[in-house]
Design a protein around this ligand. Structure first.
Ligand code: A2R
Length: 307
């Protein structure tokens, strides 16, 4: 049987590209020198496309693909995908939730421990031979018995909550809607929760609706002993305020996996000792990325076997 044409909008991990090539007649739009010219000629062939949270799917791309029925996206975030516009054209969008819950939660816990225990600063301290030279680093902070606030308590947030409980933390949360199925204390007011917590972990979707919800006021409430962890999206926090408060010490520490303008990280953060930085690695393990890739494939297969 002839393979169904499939358009890849951006580069994917090699394993996923290979799996797709086994099943579909793959065309790589990102390798076309004249992408627009290619689409003008061939767009009508593609009922399906693959993208990722990094590449996204904009309305103008949707307009260029008149036969499009399904877009399978690598990643859980949908903030870079114009879902509302796709819906007006009857295009289905599939993503890869759940399979990345454990590893993304582990990144949140890793950043929380690394930030509060000054792991990166102390690693530097040893390498710079300051320990050997008789210096003593300042005491770090523990998390046992501390109140940790989750901003978002969905698929990933719930896993972070469960893991924090094992560390002896008191988990509380802020979402738009109270979750009746959990016993953690609910704070309808984010600023109030921050002012009561030792650490805040952002694990809510990005996009316009959540832009800057973790405001200067929220971060100030967290305070000079407080730690802010972001494994969600850079846009959910007022990044300018975050940098300023970390510089002045009005906010104690931060562990950041995501930024507003990736891969560009605010210059000031690069020199701060109270910050642990990661290049958006929440789901980036061999195991989870393979599971996400398999989900991209099965989402397409499920669509075509049902249609
Ligand atoms: O607000 P609710 O009741 O719909 O709860 C959702 C919460 N959430 C918010 N919390 C506070 N303020 C907001 N404006 C707001 N908007 C949404 O975020 C829910 O508890 C959570 C999202 O859960 P899920 O949809 O299950 O997402 P998942 O799989 O946990 O991933 C979260 C995000 C992704 O969108 C990526 O950006 C990142 O983590 O990897």
């Amino acid at each position: 049987m002839e393979k169904q044409p499939l358009l890849l909008l951006g580069p994917l991990m090699p394993y996923l590209t290979e799996e797709l090539e086994k099943r579909y007649a793959v065309e790589k739009l990102y390798e076309e020198e004249d992408a627009l010219g290619f689409l003008q000629k061939h767009a009508g062939r593609f009922r399906a496309a693959v993208t990722s949270t990094f590449t996204g799917l904009k309305a103008d791309m949707i307009d260029l693909l008149p036969a499009l029925e399904i877009v399978s996206s690598f990643g859980v975030g949908t903030d870079s995908l114009d879902i509302a516009y796709a819906a007006t054209k009857g295009i289905k969008i599939a993503n890869t939730p759940d399979v990345l819950n454990e590893d993304t939660a582990n990144m949140a816990i890793t950043l929380l421990l690394a930030a509060t225990r000054d792991i990166v600063a102390n690693d530097r301290f040893v390498r710079e031979r300051r320990w050997a030279n008789g210096e003593t680093p300042p005491l770090a902070q523990g998390i046992e018995g501390k109140m940790i606030g989750l901003v978002g308590l969905g698929r990933i947030g719930s896993v972070i909550a469960r893991k924090l409980t094992a560390f002896g933390c008191e988990v509380v949360y802020h979402t738009r809607n109270r979750k009746t199925e959990v016993e953690y204390e609910y704070f309808p007011d984010l600023a109030e929760m921050a002012s009561r917590c030792s650490a805040l972990i952002a694990i809510l979707p990005g996009g316009d609706a959540t832009k800057g919800v973790i405001s200067r006021e929220v971060l100030q409430g967290l305070g000079s002993e407080g730690t802010f962890i972001n494994v969600a999206r850079g846009t959910v926090v007022d990044e300018t305020a975050l940098v300023e408060l970390l510089q002045s010490g009005e906010l104690g520490r931060a562990g950041l996996d995501v930024f507003v303008d990736e891969p560009n990280v605010p210059e000031a953060l690069l020199t701060l000792n109270n910050v642990v930085l990661q290049p958006h690695m929440g789901s980036a393990t061999v195991e989870t990325r393979k599971a996400m890739a398999d989900r991209v494939v099965s989402n397409l297969e499920n669509y075509f076997s049902a249609s």
